[in-house]
Design a protein around this ligand. Sequence first.
Ligand SMILES: Cc1cc2nc3c(=O)[nH]c(=O)nc-3n(C[C@H](O)[C@H](O)[C@H](O)COP(=O)(O)O)c2cc1C
Length: 344
Amino acid sequence: MFMTPLIAAPMAGGTTTTALALAAQVAGAFAFAAGGYKTAEQLAAHMAPLRATGVDFGVNLFVPRSTPLAASAALELAAYRSELLATASRYGAEVPLTAPPQQDPRVQDFWDEKIALLLAEPVPVVSFTFGLAPAEVVAQLHRVGTRVVASVTSAPEAAAAAATGVDALVVQHASAGGHTAAFLPGGGSTSAHATLPQLLAEVRSAVRLPLVGAGGVSSPAQAKAALAAGAIAVALGTALIRTDESGARPLHKNALADPAYTHTAMTRAFTGKPARALVNDFLRDHTATAPDAYPEVHFLTAPLRAAAAAANDPRAVNLWAGTGWKDAQAGPAATIIAEFLHEL
Ligand SMILES: Cc1cc2nc3c(=O)[nH]c(=O)nc-3n(C[C@H](O)[C@H](O)[C@H](O)COP(=O)(O)O)c2cc1C
């Protein structure tokens, strides 16, 4: 389905630039455009140059939460807002008084308009994360000739995804950088401590779909192990953050190479959804209290994260990183991709 065993993972929030996706494509990887956080107009501009190459590519979207925030989470959110005030004042930043409501297009991540765009101007592959696209949307995409990929983190999630009619799965292990793709409580996981190859084998026995392994793949040897466990391809995320074409902030790229950081951890502190990041002050201070409220927490912390970044202060910035972050190299993306492809 992907014609290559290497995939440049979608990294929304600025890391996947059009230039990074194009460089990955030219180097022989399958490139994903990152549709998350973008409006339809921004997505159209991001993917136009990829479409122009004539080479297959994918577009990744976030599946928005379909229900309003739980009452308990709303209460915790208010408490969390108070907790953030001191941190925000250090950066001269505001903490918004309220989060945008459920029906706000930003909370819906501009879902309707982006699905409309992808149906009007079809692309070869669309992948989803944070949840399952309704079977009807999968069918609509199929009718316009698009193959559909769902992201899952466990065998139960894989079975649920298969039931919606998707063509392939990204199997994301907990070692992955950035947000988890999990959508069942606790990821629906029965084996939280399995390695990526073990997780792939488990999912392999639950569904017959082609699988892409993602999470912690930082060396060709790890990529090979995932392929040997039954994946048709592996996705690189963290391994590409420091590349020349990546749009990650310099402070994020530098942090990945800074020996002062010694761990990554999963946290809801930045956005309200578990995500793996380098352990910094903000993560340490707020992980225990951050509510399960994505994307409300994302909007609450956005001004203070932006202010910290503008002050070139990584202590309150979301430094997304997978467990293999120490292997992430700077330089042209093509060099890194060529190194992997050479050995696969
Ligand atoms: C900075 C960053 C942003 C990410 N954004 C997205 C995204 O927009 N959509 C998505 O499906 N996955 C996203 N991910 C997860 C990657 O697609 C992929 O699953 C993960 O990076 C693989 O693990 P690794 O980081 O250890 O290579 C992101 C990961 C990182 C590090």
